[in-house]
Design a protein around this ligand. Structure first.
Ligand SMILES: NC(=O)c1ccc[n+]([C@@H]2O[C@H](COP(=O)([O-])OP(=O)(O)OC[C@H]3O[C@@H](n4cnc5c(N)ncnc54)[C@H](OP(=O)(O)O)[C@@H]3O)[C@@H](O)[C@H]2O)c1
Length: 277
């Protein structure tokens, strides 16, 4: 059996579908998940990873471990990971920030603690370290639907944004195929895109003009404080405004694992156009 945590999120929902389509027995985990969230035949298990279900691990061939938000920042990594110590393998959704923002509490240190706990668990492991997700652009959906505008900082700075469906496809491969033990994969899209180019891609996806307005760092900071802690905002703005060489590098890993190029931001926008109409 394969366990997918974060099963109702951007990556996990697609991963559950892919594994079920491949005929695997899947248990999908999130705090508020119900049977309506998963394909027929998949078991939905509502549980909080900070209070793990003790007896599940022994039946598990592999677990996709996603520790988002509060759990990542404040969870006890050894306790969360320890619940899966009897699983055959752990594929951890980590972050590129573990390497590129190693001193940042939010982007580096928090997930580094989970990587270390997984390495110490004695279980086979694979770490997926993606850069920024295309799905972060869902934050623009309200202003696009209401006023056909997008406001964002650093309009001309490019990053190789990744489609979360490609992260899910890589996760499915590493959970089910041999040869990925003790591997660390950096996951990016196929090209740098700037916020202005992403706004154009969304406009093309919905078939209507969208106005792009560049925010100052201060404006963006004030807005992002509404939904992120201050230290997360600071590092996020550093990455968006002054990315390191590694953060702008196109990684070969998605293509190496999937045998195809990663999806472009335009592919993601076309698939998710309904959210912006
Ligand atoms: N966005 C980016 O640009 C980016 C870049 C690099 C790495 N990452 C990493 O990617 C991860 C986020 O992935 P995502 O976008 O797919 O996630 P997401 O869409 O935010 O979904 C989070 C999932 O985790 C579940 N969850 C949250 N807290 C939980 C808990 N305590 N116990 C059990 N389930 C819990 C949520 O469901 P419930 O709320 O119902 O529990 C949901 O299914 C984070 O670890 C982040 O650090 C993100």
């Amino acid at each position: 059996m394969i366990v997918v945590t974060g099963a109702t999120g951007n990556v996990g929902r697609t991963l559950v579908r892919l594994l079920a389509e491949q005929g695997h027995q899947v248990t999908a985990v999130a705090r508020r998940i119900t049977g309506a969230d998963v394909p027929v035949g998949v078991r939905a298990l509502a549980t909080d990873l900070s209070q793990p279900t003790a007896d599940l691990s022994s039946e598990v061939d592999a677990v996709f471990l996603l520790v988002g938000g509060e759990l990542m920042m404040a969870g006890d990594a050894s306790q969360v990971v320890g619940a899966w110590a009897d699983a055959g393998k752990i594929v951890l959704l980590s972050s590129q920030g573990v390497a590129t923002r190693a001193d940042s509490p939010s982007h580096g240190l928090a997930l580094a603690a989970f990587e270390q706990a997984v390495m110490a668990s004695g279980t086979d492991w694979t770490f997926l370290r993606p850069g920024g997700f295309a799905s972060n652009a869902f934050a623009w959906a309200p202003s696009v639907t209401a006023a056909r505008t997008i406001a964002a900082p650093f309009g001309e700075v490019g990053l190789p944004i990744i489609d979360p469906d490609d992260i899910a496809a890589v996760a499915a491969a590493t959970l089910t195929q041999p040869g990925h033990e003790k591997a660390i994969y950096e996951l990016t899209g196929p090209a740098l895109t700037t916020p202005r180019q992403r706004a154009t891609a969304i406009a093309e996806a919905i078939g209507e003009p969208v106005t792009f307005r560049e925010q100052t760092r201060e404006e963006a900071y004030a807005q992002m404080l509404g939904f992120m802690p201050a230290q997360v905002v600071e590092t996020t703005l550093d990455i968006l405004g002054t990315p390191t060489v590694q953060e702008q590098r196109i990684s070969p890993d998605v293509e190496k694992i999937l045998g195809r190029t990663p999806a472009t931001f335009a592919d993601w926008a076309n698939r998710n156009a309904a959210a912006f109409r």
